[in-house]
Design a protein around this ligand. Sequence first.
Ligand SMILES: NC(=O)c1ccc[n+]([C@@H]2O[C@H](COP(=O)([O-])OP(=O)(O)OC[C@H]3O[C@@H](n4cnc5c(N)ncnc54)[C@H](O)[C@@H]3O)[C@@H](O)[C@H]2O)c1
Length: 257
Amino acid sequence: VARTYVVTGSASGIGRSTGARLEAKGCRVIGVDRRDADVIADLSTPSGREAVLDGVLALTDTLDAVVACAGVAVPTPLSVRVNYFGAVASLQALRPLLARGDQPRAVVVVSLAAILPTHDELVAACLAGDEERAVGLAAELGASEERALIYASSKRALARWLRQTASTDEWAGSSIPLNGVAPGVIDTPMTAGVLADERIRESVERQVPMPLGGVGAPEAVAALLDWLSGAENVLTTGQIVFIDGGADAVLRGDTGW
Ligand SMILES: NC(=O)c1ccc[n+]([C@@H]2O[C@H](COP(=O)([O-])OP(=O)(O)OC[C@H]3O[C@@H](n4cnc5c(N)ncnc54)[C@H](O)[C@@H]3O)[C@@H](O)[C@H]2O)c1
């Protein structure tokens, strides 16, 4: 029987590539995005997050997997709203549909950036569920030299949420693996501007060193998302799998082992 998936961020990049891969395997894919999707919803707003659940429920009351890819890489509060609050809201809202599914799984796209420097209070405000405080802190950072901390903090908070949540009754206790992937630099519309400018590209490559062949393709991430969200994954949960050409190994070495 074909599995039914929700893929957020399905209109572009990693989400688009993942949806195409799953459809080619015969899965039913319900795409969620701001544009060009089965369910049009803006994950940066509370009403948009409600529209995700309403839109999906209009199409199905059961899901076998959710792959949450939607995200933005901007040095503004929008990164906090979409990457943390939008991703968490999508997974929480769709969890009851997963609970009715067959071998249900959820995966969320974190980022290698989650191990880069972050802003502790911003991360804490996200995890406390205090969106207005988080957005306020991000607005202050956005006006400073430290604006790069916003994206990294949104992804660090997402990683911590995942680690805190995966083993709970609602997820592992309900037989729903919940994992993340942490891509290095992937060639998608998100990074096109950065990669096109040689000077910026070189600085990104220094910040995210990828000795295994450099910048990756979205299809590589789609393959990993496919496995983590598929029925074959019966024992992996609470993990954030780096798909980064070796960047994590270069940057963190053997720390934590
Ligand atoms: N490209 C990279 O190098 C890279 C690296 C690490 C992590 N990531 C993460 O991977 C995910 C996918 O990124 P991508 O590279 O495919 O980018 P992309 O820009 O190609 O695709 C992102 C998609 O998310 C959608 N989206 C953005 N804001 C939204 C909102 N408010 N509501 C609904 N949909 C929204 C966009 O419309 C777009 O279709 C993101 O979470 C990103 O942070 C990307």
